[in-house]
Write a protein that binds this ligand. Structure first.
Ligand SMILES: NC(=O)c1ccc[n+]([C@@H]2O[C@H](COP(=O)([O-])OP(=O)(O)OC[C@H]3O[C@@H](n4cnc5c(N)ncnc54)[C@H](OP(=O)(O)O)[C@@H]3O)[C@@H](O)[C@H]2O)c1
Length: 211
């Protein structure tokens, strides 16, 4: 299931994945930016499908261009407060509803661990998410699997050009599935920067899943 605030983006997504995969794709036009919206979404998922197995929140994007002291209140609101609130709302709505063998894989970026000049509010947002994941792991104490996937720059439809060695959005999807379905990966920071990182993750998969 993929939620989006935009019905058009969901239709676009169905077109991108193609007719075969689209039959398994359930788009939900719903927000998840507030605690109430995320609770309603989680309830809707449970009511429709009966259970929540794996959650991969990939919320927020990239922004840069201003030093911290030049950042406007509107940019702070959009790229730190709104996105951090959405992640918190989704975590508090979905983590308690996860199946016992389920997993939560939070997506963040390289700038969460390294100060990135002129993208400071994105670095701060990412760092807050990594600590949220660590706190969830400490609080859950092994009852559910919670990990984070820290991406390097990714080749996407909106940025099709990149340096040699950058991973693609499809690689990220593959890595997210490997993480969600590997019961031995608990409470880890997984860095996904290169093909070597992806190969390492693949090698950790249970024997039958090493495709
Ligand atoms: N692309 C890269 O090169 C790259 C590199 C490193 C890390 N990452 C990480 O990958 C994740 C996704 O990035 P992306 O490039 O794929 O971004 P994207 O295409 O812009 O996707 C952003 C997603 O976040 C949602 N979103 C944005 N603001 C929101 C808000 N205030 N409340 C609720 N939902 C919100 C959007 O939902 P709607 O559909 O409802 O608009 C959309 O689904 C982020 O965590 C980012 O840090 C990306």
């Amino acid at each position: 299931m993929v939620p989006s605030r935009s019905k058009d983006r969901l239709s676009e997504l169905a077109g991108h994945v193609g007719p075969d995969l689209a039959t398994h794709l359930h788009g939900v036009t719903a927000g998840h930016g507030t605690f109430t919206e995320a609770d309603e979404l989680a309830e809707q998922v449970k009511a429709t499908h009966g259970r929540v197995d794996h959650v991969v929140p990939s919320i927020g994007g990239w922004w840069m261009g201003k030093a911290l002291w030049q950042t406007s209140e509107a940019q702070w609101q959009q790229f730190f407060l709104d996105t951090t609130t959405a992640h918190m709302a989704v975590a508090r709505a979905f983590v308690p509803r996860l199946e016992p063998a389920g997993s939560y894989t939070l997506i963040s970026g390289f700038s969460a661990q390294k100060p990135y000049p002129t993208a400071g509010i994105i670095s701060m947002h990412g760092a807050a998410l990594l600590m949220m994941r660590e706190v969830l792991s400490a609080e859950l104490d092994g009852q559910r699997r919670v990990n984070d996937l820290i991406l390097g720059p990714i080749i996407t439809r909106s940025r099709p050009q990149g340096s040699a060695g950058w991973l693609t959005a499809d690689h990220v999807g593959h890595a997210a599935v490997l993480l969600a379905t590997n019961p031995t990966i608990h409470d880890e920071h997984i860095t996904l920067d290169t093909r070597t990182d992806l190969d390492q993750l693949q090698r950790r998969a249970p024997a039958g899943d090493r495709t």
